[in-house]
Design a protein around this ligand. Structure first.
Ligand code: MTE
Ligand code: MO
Length: 214
């Protein structure tokens, strides 16, 4: 292609893009409908659990007054906390202004009536592999929710449907997907990413490289 022709195309493209006020680079939030599409949908287990609303149960056990089992409907009834946050994966990507709805974790845990010896909240995934935990104090921090909805819609199957943890203060690996068991414990089991050397207290550190966490 002659150089002049190429210049012409570049100029036209610039004008069109300018008129549409769309940036030339890819936006951080790509949208299908209203649900933001994340750059990656991780599955450490190697598959995405397919959970049916009717048969789903959340089991709560360990150091609490008595074990409890919740249906999805009963969790939706508790899902009243709205939260808009940037989601940060420790591998470097982030998605801005994600609007979530979920259950305030602090009040949920208080409702389970932890015993005086309980120190950690452990989150298990229906994939049977992934696990992570928070201290009771971290679990009670503002904005920490068991998310049921994203952008007003139930979570995507790949995004942890029907229930995922959201810890906005920490890197995404803390936010366990497909949560089906919440267990109160006196000891902290090693989380999936901790086994690879990542911090249990995964606070997002602006201006630091992800490798600082290693
Ligand atoms: N069960 C389960 N939860 C998980 C993961 C996983 O592989 N399995 N990956 C974690 C990581 S590293 C990140 S960054 C987020 C990514 O969320 P997404 O898969 O919805 O994009 O989920 C977290 N929760
Ligand atoms: Mo991640």
């Amino acid at each position: 292609m002659p150089l002049s022709r190429r210049r012409f195309l570049t100029n036209s493209a610039g004008l069109i893009l300018g008129a549409a006020s769309a940036p030339l680079w890819l936006p951080t939030v790509a949208r299908a409908g209203t649900i933001p599409i994340f750059p990656e949908y991780y599955t450490y287990a190697g598959f995405y659990p397919k959970i049916e609303a009717q048969s789903y149960r959340l089991t709560c056990d360990g150091l609490i007054a008595a074990p409890r089992v919740f249906s999805l409907q009963s969790l939706y009834d508790l899902s009243k906390h709205a939260e808009v946050e940037t989601f940060h994966c420790v591998t470097g990507w982030e998605v801005h202004n994600v609007s979530w709805r979920g259950i305030d974790l602090g009040s949920f845990i208080d409702g389970l009536r932890p015993t005086s010896t309980a120190r950690y909240v452990v989150f298990h995934s229906a994939d049977g592999v992934y696990v992570d935990s928070l201290t009771l104090e971290q679990a009670r921090a503002p904005g920490v929710i068991l998310a049921t909805h994203i952008a007003g819609e139930p979570l995507l199957q790949k995004g942890g449907y029907p229930l995922r943890l959201l810890v906005p203060q920490m890197y995404g690996y803390k936010s366990v997907k497909w949560v089906n068991r919440v267990s109160l414990s006196a000891v902290r089991p090693e989380g999936t990413w901790e086994r690879d050397g990542y911090a249990a207290n995964a606070y997002i550190r602006k201006g630091f490289s992800w490798s600082d966490l290693l």
